[in-house]
Structure formats: C-alpha cells, structure tokens
Write a protein that binds this ligand. Structure first.
Ligand code: CP3
Length: 342
C-alpha cells in the first residue's frame, strides 16, 4: 500500500489507530465555492466539466487546497454511465438531470449498450491519473459510482423525482424488468469502478441516494443485493452509503464493505453499537447545521466526534452533500473544529 503524508483517512477506514478523526465532505468540490463557480463559467455545461480531465482535476483539488480535507474525491457524477449509454442526459440549470430517452420496457433494457470504459468513459481514468499526480501522495483519492438502484431511478423516471412512482411501480408490476436493468447496471458499474481502480483510486464509495425510498425487504432485494455484488467483485476497500438507510445497517455491514456512510437521521451512537467492529462509520452531520452560527456548528460537530472520541473507525462527514448556498467560512469552522478536537 502507498504511504501517504497524511494517512488518517485510510487508517480510520481500515480501523487502524489514528491521531484524530479524518474529515471530508460530500460534494466538497461544488457550487458553494466561488473558485468552483469561476471554473464552471469556462465550460458550457456541467457534463463538459466532468469530461475534461484537466478541469476535473483542478476542481477536485480546490477544497483540498483551501480547507485541507483528509481525502479527495474524484470530480464526476453518478450519471456518467447512463450518459455513456447515449440516453440523452442533460443537466438543466436549477432542474437537475433530465434524460431524453427513458427506460420503460423489457425492450428498452435489452437495447442498452454494453460499455467499454476505455472507449466510452476514457475521461474517468485520465482524470484519476491527473488527480493522483496533483495530490502527490499527500492524501488518498476516493473513486465512486452510483448504486445500480439509484442510477436506475434516474433512467426510469427520466429526471430527479421525489416520489419515484415509475420505478417503484416497476418493482411491483414488472420485477423481472427491474432486475434485468439492475443486473446490467451492476455489470457496467463493476467495469467502471475497476477502471478507476486501475487508474489509481485508493478506495471507492457507492452512493445509494434513493435506496431508502423502498421498504426494507425490497431495499435488500433491489438495492443492497446489487451493491453486495459490486463489493464482492472489487479488490479494494468499499464504502456504501444509503441515504435514509439507517434501518438496515447490519445487513449493509454484512456485505463485506469496509465502511458505511450515515445520513443525519441515523443515531451515530446506536449505529456504532449495531455494527460494532465490523465496519467503519462515516457521517453524519446534517448539512443544514452549516447554515447556523459558528458556535452551533462547532458544538454539533463535537457532539458527533464525542461518540468515537479516542477510538478509530470513524470518518467525519456530512449526512448528505453540502448545499450550494453554504458559506465557505462556515466550512472552515467545521474543518477546524474536527482538526482541533481532542
Ligand atoms: O462529492 C464531490 O465533490 C464529488 C463530485 C460529485 C458530484 N455528484 C458533483 C456534482 C459526486 C460524488 C456526485 C454524486 C451524485 N450525483 C449523486 C449521489 C450523491 C447525492 O448527492 O445524493 C447524485 C444523486 C447525483 C446526480 C446529480 N448530479 C444531481 C441530482 C445533480 C443536480 C442537483 C444539484 O445539486 O444541482 C447533479 C449535479 C452535480 N453533481 C453538481 C456537482 C458539483 C452541480 C452541477 C453544477 O455545477 O451545476
């Protein structure tokens, strides 16, 4: 394993002794940073940013240089796989992602292409290589993909949805089509993550933003089962994050992953008791805490840090992505609170 100048993220993930809890935040390279917004104006759209390795690298490094986070995460998106499948993905300002072609039938699933990461998403490996060089073994790099279920929700709904009626309807009316789609996405996601691993990422995180909209047994059948297949296929530490997934932590821990992300609705102390020393935990400050004053931010962060005080196996993060209207000064307060916690 590579020796990092700052190894505490990988140490905490592998539950080895640490000097303090590491911190990084989901969407750390994003619109809340003026430096990001400046680079973003240089390109016509967000997807171009993701597909231009020099810019993706520059953006990845912004929060590292400004705040001194303990891990970097590849700048990209969970929708690069369906984008490469030519489904007409567009990011419309203030509306989020939309697809020109949606998946509704068995025929739609059967017509989905098989991807070759080298041919179809070459910018991913190129970005990883550039970022690794820029990081210069200072801190590790996290690769990522969406969970098959979460990516499928966008492909079936065609856009961000609150109710997910189309895909949840599919689960009940045509479970075989849903499984066929999820199996295909699982195969593609494994290849996509293997390309990131070959290019040099140190661990990978699977984002399951919408697994929590399913009842528990259906979550296990339609989301967790496929994440488990991904974990089993990869020869690298994997972090699983299901938003609103706190009810099935034990089942998640049993997949063989090394870390679990928690959103803010989960009680960290209870979660720690549930998983014991099976996995490391990552989370789980409500991103909305960052709207409060510095004293409140520091005190809420310390409440979380108290749970693992003096122990390893914990990575400080938000319970979901940081929102675009957060002040960078408040992020600075959060980072310093974690860095100075004793
Ligand atoms: O964390 C990081 O800094 C790495 C980069 C990253 C992005 N998206 C950049 C991004 C990661 C890990 C993601 C994951 C992602 N993308 C998820 C899972 C995590 C989560 O937040 O639930 C999901 C569901 C997506 C899909 C997606 N991408 C949506 C729904 C949107 C639009 C919503 C929004 O915030 O506007 C995006 C756009 C997106 N992805 C942006 C960034 C920085 C904003 C794009 C812009 O600059 O306009």
């Amino acid at each position: 394993m590579i020796e990092y100048k700052n190894p505490r993220f990988m140490q905490a993930l592998l539950r080895q002794p640490v000097d303090r809890a590491p911190i990084w935040v989901m969407r750390q390279a994003g619109r809340y940073m003026p430096e990001y917004r400046a680079i973003r104006t240089k390109v016509p759209d967000f997807l171009t940013l993701c597909k231009t390795p020099e810019l993706a690298c520059e953006v990845t490094m912004l929060p590292i240089d400004r705040f001194g986070f303990d891990a970097a995460i590849l700048f990209s998106d969970i929708l690069m796989i369906p984008d490469a499948m030519q489904l007409g993905l567009k990011f419309v300002q203030n509306e989020g992602p939309t697809f020109a072609r949606v998946i509704t039938s068995k025929r739609d699933v059967e017509q989905l292409p098989t991807l070759d990461p080298e041919e179809d998403t070459p910018y991913i490996a190129n970005s990883v290589q550039l970022i690794k060089k820029a990081l210069d073994q200072k801190i590790p790099l996290i690769g990522f993909a969406g969970s098959p279920w979460t990516v499928a929700t966008y492909m079936v709904e065609g856009k961000t949805s609150k109710q997910h009626n189309k895909i949840r309807g599919m689960v009940y009316s045509s479970p075989d089509i849903a499984h066929q789609l999820l199996s295909h996405l699982t195969t593609e996601t494994i290849k996509y993550l293997q390309a990131q691993i070959s290019a040099g990422v140190d661990c990978v995180m699977v984002f399951d933003t919408w697994g929590g909209v399913l009842e528990d047994n259906l979550y296990q059948e339609f989301s967790l089962q496929y994440m488990q297949q991904i974990v089993a296929a990869l020869d690298i530490p994997v972090i699983l994050f299901t938003k609103n997934g706190g009810r099935c932590l034990l089942q998640q821990a049993q997949t063989g992953c090394v870390g679990l992300g928690l959103d803010w609705t989960a009680d960290l102390k209870q979660a720690k008791e549930t998983v014991g020393d099976m996995v490391a935990l990552q989370g789980n400050l409500d991103p909305a805490v960052l709207y409060a004053d510095p004293t409140t931010i520091a005190s809420k962060a310390r409440q979380i840090l108290d749970v693992y005080a003096g122990e390893t196996g914990f990575i400080f993060n938000l319970g979901h992505g940081i929102t675009p209207d957060i002040s960078p000064e408040h992020v600075q307060v959060l980072v310093e609170t974690v860095q100075n916690y004793v």
